[in-house]
Each structure stands twice: as structure tokens, then as C-alpha cells.
Design a protein around this ligand. Sequence first.
Ligand code: FES
Ligand code: FES
Length: 212
Amino acid sequence: MSFVRDLELSRRDLLVTTASAAVAAGLPGLAAAQTPTVVGAPVVSGVSFRVNGEERRIDLDLRTTLLDTLREHLHLTGTKKGCDHGQCGACTVMVNGERVYSCLTLAVMNEGAEITTIEGLGTPDAMHAMQDAFVRHDGYQCGYCTPGQICSAVAVLDEIASGVPSHASADLLVPVAVTPEEIRERMSGNICRCGAYANIVDAMIDVAENQA
Ligand code: FES
Ligand code: FES
């Protein structure tokens, strides 16, 4: 037993020594990878932004994502966590008017930003036009992806109105039209396991036509 313990200690000493040498050699990545696990106190900082028109200031562990901040700290659970690593779009919110995967951005990176979540777009009694169109066109089934789809859809129509082209835009020199191809391309980062895609496209075209 003592032989095994001696071996473990030796291994730990070796790791510490290697990490120290890596730091001394200017290889912080190697040092981080090889440093034995030492759990320190979280570094907390204040962050301020506006969420759905309301000033919010909270103290957060610097590693907290915007998604966890919204859901766990501000209790805005309309924004959903699907994959938690940028693959599904369920967590989409708008930051300064642009759609963002909130699981891929730290809260502290959004200091001073204007953040809009599904709760800020409308309410059941006073729905945003896009929410209303999703209901009328049956643009959802289970609804889990829907808050992200709607936030993305609102921002997509704004992008098109501002003339931002996409991979599906045939000609960069003419104004972009709201076509099913444009919508499918721009909404491709929002996955719907229920497959409500066709009705989502219909809902977005409906809103675009009424905005024109
Ligand atoms: Fe953010 Fe899936 S939860 S992209
Ligand atoms: Fe169920 Fe989209 S409505 S995942």
C-alpha cells in the first residue's frame, strides 16, 4: 500500500513540476492541461445589461453563460437549453437586435447590451406578430424549440430588411427578397425535432407580407 501511495505522490509531484516548467517556458496551454485538478473559488463579477427593457445588474461567476444567466438567475425560462453547445438553436435570443446562441456567449461578454428574450417579444394577451403567426400557422408541435425559432425569425426578417445577404441570395447587388429559400437558409441554425419547418416558413412569409 505504501508503495502505491508513494507512486501516486510521485506522479502528482511530477505533474506539478511539469506544469511549473511549462509556465516557466511560456506554455500556459500545456500548463493548464497538465496541472492537477485544483478547484479554486469562483471569480465573481458584476454584470449589467438591459433584459426585455429592464435594467438588470447581477453578480455572477465569470464562467456563467448568458443562457444560464437568463434561466437560472433571472428566471426567464422561456429561453430553452437544448444541446448547450451551439448545435440546436433552442437558446436563441436577440442581443442588440441580432440573434445569438445564448449558450455560446458568457454573460459578462454582454455588458451594457440590450437583450430580448421570448418573454420580451410579447405576452399571451398581446403577442408579437411573429408569435401570432406561429400560432395561426401551427408552426410548432411540442414547442421546445419555438422560443428560439421565434426570436430567430424576428431577427431574420430584420436582417433581410437591412439587406444582409445569405448563402441563398442569388445576387448581392439587388435587394434580398423574403423567399422560402432565404428563410430556410437563414433558419438552418434552429433545429426542430418535431419537423414544423414548413409551417414556420409559412408563418414568417405571412409576417413579412404584412410588414411590407
Ligand atoms: Fe444553445 Fe443548443 S442550447 S444551440
Ligand atoms: Fe418540437 Fe420544434 S416544435 S422541437
